[in-house]
Design a protein around this ligand. Structure first.
Ligand SMILES: *Cc1c(COP(=O)(O)O)cnc(C)c1O
Length: 425
């Protein structure tokens, strides 16, 4: 397949190049040159997750990878389910948190890891990433025990939740975690410095596994098909999907699924108080403000990276941006939505609750609603327990790691130390 750089369409790459490179010139995002709708949607909906995802991804990627290779990548990446659960008569939840790190980022992270392993030549690869929580965990688990691939994750010491830290800092092996005595921005800055260091980059085969990688979005397309397949024919007719959004990768993937022919009626972009997109869709001005901290902290993003892809897709498909629903919740409203869900017998966490609440406001009588649950409630244990006033169940994936020792190194904000570590692996 061919992809072009949205900022400079003269830069064209194939899928493999786009996955390895991440970003194009001038930090431009890669976008598929052609998106041909699938002609066999009904047959695809009869298949299981792995077979259907193989078909959808093969169709997108084209003859660059054989169907056997795509099947092998997908079957190693998608080893868990994405069940649809009934919440009310006309509203369902799509649970995307049944992977090893209990958030939807496992889909993209694991697919990307398997793609990189497939595309790898004899040299070694070092994945360096900065995280404020979910991404680092997903990346670390996705690459764990892969041969000739080392992963280094930098995170701000004391600024991620204790359970979060246990999840990815207890793995060892090819995963090295570093607690930096600084902020997330300090970690991010050292990652950027490493990428600007050409000698280092060459020596260790540096790659970023960051969230704008096209392979992540492709993986996420697959669970929109999976959700649709689990609905009955009436529910499929007028389906409205509400997506809790931060960097807008999840929503981009949903819109790509629609552009491939999946008949989703419309989407709702739901945010917290970091509402650059809702304000833009309401008034036409793109004015990111300073990021504010909220209960749904994985969506604390004020300049969403994937937004240019959404605009590009609406342009090439000739869709009107006015068709896109939007809305935002503050923390108080988020707590109310979470409580409302709990009263309906559905335990949720802040991100999913925001998507649910916007859906209830915007869903019309003859429509069926689906909202995305992007993380397991236990990942946000402290706030969920605080809001609901009771203890919640901690799944085995988290509980079993809680007693393990943290293996992280501790560094000051000092790039020389990070460089030395990278060279020593
Ligand atoms: C990353 C994340 C989001 C935001 O997803 P985007 O694709 O960045 O919009 C929402 N919820 C959770 C739990 C996340 O980890």
């Amino acid at each position: 397949m061919n992809l072009y750089n949205i900022k400079d369409s003269s830069e064209q790459v194939n899928f493999q190049r786009a996955v390895k490179q991440g970003l194009g010139r001038g930090q431009g995002l890669f976008f598929p040159e052609t998106i041909t709708p699938l002609s066999n949607i009904d047959a695809l909906l009869e298949m299981n997750l792995v077979d259907r995802s193989t078909e959808v991804l093969s169709h997108l990627i084209g003859d660059e990878l054989s169907k056997e290779v795509v099947h092998s990548i997908v079957s190693k990446a998608f080893t868990f389910e994405a069940p649809v659960k009934k919440v009310t008569d006309n509203i369902n939840a799509l649970e995307l948190f049944h992977g090893p790190t209990l958030a939807f980022k496992d889909f993209g992270g694991r697919f990307m890891a398997q793609c990189l392993a497939q595309f790898k030549d004899d040299g070694k690869i070092t994945i360096l990433t900065a995280t404020s929580g979910d991404t680092g965990a997903a990346v670390a688990h996705a690459f764990y025990n892969m041969e000739n691939i080392n992963v280094v994750v930098l995170y701000p010491k004391g600024k991620i939740s204790p359970l979060q830290e246990k999840l990815f800092c207890t793995l060892g092996g090819n995963i090295t975690t570093v607690a930096v005595e600084g902020t997330f921005d300090d970690c991010q800055a050292m990652v950027k410095q490493a990428f600007d260091d050409q000698a280092l980059k060459q020596a260790i085969g540096l790659n970023s596994a960051n969230s704008i990688n096209i392979s992540r979005l492709f993986a996420q397309i697959c669970y929109y098909f999976e959700a649709f397949a689990q609905l009955n024919t009436t529910q499929r007719e007028n389906l409205v999907v509400s997506v809790p959004s931060g960097n807008f990768g999840d929503l981009t993937a949903g819109l790509l699924a629609k552009s491939l022919g999946l008949p989703i009626k419309r989407f709702i972009a739901a945010t917290n108080e970091n509402d650059t997109v809702p304000r833009y869709l309401a008034g036409g001005e793109w004015v990111p403000k300073a990021t504010v901290a909220t209960l749904s902290n994985a969506m604390d993003v004020s300049a969403p990276n994937n937004w240019p892809r959404i605009e590009e897709l609406f342009k090439v498909k000739n869709w009107a941006l006015s068709e896109l629903g939007y809305g935002k919740l503050n923390d108080l409203q988020t707590k109310e939505a979470l409580t409302e869900l709990d009263n309906l017998g559905y335990l949720c966490e802040p991100h999913g609750a925001i998507a649910y609440s916007e859906l209830t406001k915007q869903l019309k009588q003859d429509e069926t609603g689906l909202f995305l649950c992007t993380a397991h409630p236990a990942k946000f244990k402290e706030s969920v327990e605080d809001i609901l006033g009771r203890d919640i169940f901690i799944p085995e994936e988290l509980a079993s790691r809680a007693d393990l020792d943290l293996l992280s190194k501790e560094f000051p904000v000092d790039f020389a130390k990070v460089r030395e570590l990278l060279m020593s692996l």
